[in-house]
Write a protein that binds this ligand. Sequence first.
Ligand code: GLN
Length: 238
Amino acid sequence: MKQITILQLYPNDMNIYGDWGNVLTVKRRAEWHGYSVKLIEYNPGDTFPESVDIVIGGGGQDSGQSVIQADLQSIAPRLTKLAKDGTPMLVICGLYQLFGNFFKTRDGITIPGIGIFNIETHGGPERLIGNIVTESEQFGQIVGYENHSGLTYLGKDVQPFGVVRKGAGNNGQDNYEGARVHNVIGSYLHGSLLPKNPAIADWLIEQACMRRFGAFEPSVINDTLADQARKIALERPR
Ligand code: GLN
């Protein structure tokens, strides 16, 4: 059976509001598509694996971001090279911020990022919390849940991941949510994101298979439950 390798970044410190569900979803859907999955959990001090097909990272408290910041800098060259080579990646909230240039917290502490996204994040006066719906050309409506104090602003050459239909998104001002560059998606959407937005999971798997095997042969997956969950989530109040 063809195998793909998922690297989950910092599950001990960066994994809140169910973000682990993104890894489970990609793993299970890849298996349903007929691929076997090797899952590597990477925490500070671990050896960065030789070969990676998909990178997934979650959100965390400001304190969690401080814990992993030095290690993240140490693996930045590897992650940057993988990103430039087209490796599909999904990073949520706290790691989305740190895939940018920096996160300056409300306390005035600057946590440096690794600059894969040309974005910057500044701690805001209030937390932006609630259900969120965004829309992207590629994936249509995207549903999730956001909870962050950081306000993120996109720089040059960075596309948003989606346009906000309900909720705050990157900063509550410019109507953008998340960021995209190469095959890297950054987003504030927890939920977790992928169980209710399986098209994004399948896209990550497709990109990984195209790069590793030169082809992706999907199966037809029964998404009735995911569709029902999406429908309910779309109707929820903010
Ligand atoms: N600590 C960051 C913030 O509050 C990220 C939060 C998160 O990952 N949910 O903006």
